[in-house]
Design a protein. Sequence first.
Length: 243
Amino acid sequence: MAQNNSLAIILAAGKGTRMNAKLPKPLVKVKSRPIISWLIDDFKCNNIDVAIVINPADKQFFNIYEDKAKLIFQKNQKGTGHAVMQASSLIKYYKNVYVFVGDCPFVGSENISMMYKEHIVNNSDMTILSSLFNEKKFPYARIIRNNQGNITGCIEEINATDEQKNIKELFCSHYIFKTKILQEYLNRLKPNPKTEEIYFTDIINELILDKKNISSLIVDDWKRLIGLNTKEELKWIESQNLT
């Protein structure tokens, strides 16, 4: 299903200090290719335009992608929500907008295609990717559902109760929005009073409060949604059968 009316924003401006690498984290290689290149190619396979939000100080490293993606600069690192805001002038040209983090190489073009179909079939305002992490624990946000299976909340692990921490369905910060919804709710995001950063994940609960139409695609293989932050995680993911 061609998606010439869709844009993918890949967030790649973080410092990635835990990776302990000279390059920006999304450019560290996994299976002999930069992490972000896997994502870019998977979006391009689905005829989706790509924009990468980067720190302007790293432009020299990302120039190799200028033929495949538009580079957008986040001069001040004020959080993921602030990063998406830097693409505001671009998203208005598209019907649907993906927002993905740039450290997750193996989501796969098929899952991106399935995510889009889920979004369109359900006429959703926002669709997210999640998976059931039954085998390995990660400090990701938990998806909260009611008895009917509808999403009623998304809570970061740091804010979760002990009971909520036992929830197996985790969210790894991959979204697709109707553009008009993204535009409206971006304007509602406020800086966190403790960190003064604008967190993009706050957008989920804002949509839930307003009873917007939210869908999720539960990915069969949870390993495809892992974000890579350390050299140890790189070695582990390379030992898995993912391409």
